[in-house]
Design a protein around this ligand. Structure first.
Ligand code: GLC
Length: 421
């Protein structure tokens, strides 16, 4: 069967080349996390076999903030070295000018995509990137430990804090010195912005910048949320959480050393993987709230594929973007990587439901996920986010109270905004 398929693909390639199609050498850049790169390589191998083009992966560091810095350097130098960029959902407004408008090239397929995802990548009518996968975090928890200690799945941050403390103390008393209560992304980067916006919105403290561009973040509910989070550091969370990104948190949880973890969807397939020590003992729920009547908030994440305006192989690059986002490839990512698709129909695919229960389960959370204010703050988003994660990180490091840091943040946001965003 495999040999037959190879033979057929070989023939298809030969036919393509004979028909005069030019084989191009493309480059795609993306940040590697979990098994993303392995899966991408497999899909690229199939693209190469089908089209005769070759594609090289340029791998970036895990942190989206580090990637943004590097991407900005390449793009402002108008470098033709990279053809396709995997772009964080938040970047479209800031980077739009450097990308090809994909809308005329995807008219035949765009209606199959989740409308909100397309909207997030559309800037002044230009489609900056074709949506690849979405993200909405979960609270991962150790169902076995909750049962052992007779604790309910927490619905508020207060309950989560108490339960984490009780179980961590109990496990340590039994000799498990490595056990922690809660791990998350606490390093000073975009990941902390996502976590902290969830704590604050779910406590009724509003958004970093409201949808209409107004700034109300310096308020008691926001301060209360940050104060609680600061109490975790060195308590239910290791001091080192102040340097944790996604993979650090996953490493602790997946090796069995944390009761709770906040993380994105990709962690599910890995924690449920055959080699995972917690594969039979963890479960997921929505992130807690600040109390009765308050909403759970899950930040909207995701990564999308844009074609560089400086690429010398734009046609082949567009072909690649379409290929990587086609039904089969999205379905494979949903099953193997638990990455929420951007094609609506993949959510209803019975094989996806059978092989990756997290995807249909999480559809409503993805649908209701909370965007960051990248549209409201336009070209200033990165600076806005940096000011916000700095205020949060300082509070959690004991450098000023939440009230002091939020007052400073408010002044900084007003300065960044000036008369308008
Ligand atoms: C995930 C999300 C992305 C977010 C990042 C923060 O990769 O998909 O949108 O910016 O985490 O660390």
């Amino acid at each position: 069967m495999t040999t037959f398929r190879h033979l057929m693909t070989g023939l298809a390639t030969a036919a393509l080349l004979a028909s005069g199609a030019i084989a191009e050498e493309l480059t795609i850049v993306h940040g590697s996390i979990g098994r993303d790169q392995e899966n991408l390589r497999d899909q690229l191998d199939r693209f190469e076999a089908e089209t005769g083009h070759t594609v090289t992966i340029v791998s970036m560091p895990e942190s989206t903030t580090d990637q943004f810095g590097q991407y900005r350097l390449w793009l402002s130098a108008q470098s033709s070295d990279i053809d396709v960029y995997r772009l964080d959902v938040i970047w479209a407004p800031q980077l739009a000018q450097h990308f090809v408008d994909l809308s005329p090239h995807v008219q035949d397929i765009i209606d199959d995509f989740v409308p909100a995802a397309v909207e997030s990548q559309t800037v002044d009518g230009k489609l900056v990137a074709l949506p690849m996968f979405l993200g909405a975090p979960a609270l991962y928890y150790r169902a076995d430990l909750l049962e052992k200690y007779g604790r309910d799945v927490p619905t508020t941050w207060q309950e989560m804090t108490e339960t984490a403390q009780i179980i961590m103390d109990g496990e340590r008393a039994e000799g498990d010195d490595d056990m922690w209560g809660f791990v998350f992304q606490g390093a000073a980067y975009e990941g902390l912005t996502c976590n902290a916006q969830e704590w604050i919105v779910s406590n009724g403290g509003g958004r970093i910048v409201e949808l209409d561009g107004s700034i109300g973040i310096n308020n008691p509910a926001a301060a209360e949320a940050l104060t609680l989070a600061a109490s975790w550091v060195g308590g239910i969370s290791p001091e080192g959480v102040l340097n944790y990104k996604e993979e650090d948190a996953r490493g602790v949880f997946q090796s069995g050393n944390a009761v709770f973890m906040r993380n994105w969807n990709y962690a599910y397939a890995l924690a449920a993987g055959e080699d995972s020590p917690v594969r039979d003992s963890f479960a997921v729920t929505t992130l807690p709230t600040g109390g009765d009547g308050l909403p759970s908030a899950a930040t909207l994440g995701g990564w999308h594929l844009g074609v560089s305006a400086y690429s010398e192989h734009q046609e082949a690059a567009i072909e690649l973007v379409r290929f990587l986002n086609n039904y089969d490839n999205q379905k494979e990512r949903a099953i193997e990587l638990s990455r929420p698709p951007t094609l609506t129909a993949v959510y209803d695919d019975p094989e996806v439901a059978a092989e990756q229960e997290f995807i249909p389960l999480w559809k409503p959370v993805v649908d209701n996920a909370l965007p960051r204010p990248s549209a409201a703050t336009l070209r200033k988003y990165n600076e806005v986010s940096a000011a916000f994660w700095t205020a949060t990180h300082n509070t959690m490091s004991g450098d000023g109270t939440a009230e002091e840091n939020l007052a400073r943040l408010e002044a900084e946001l007003n300065r960044l905004r000036g008369p308008r965003w």
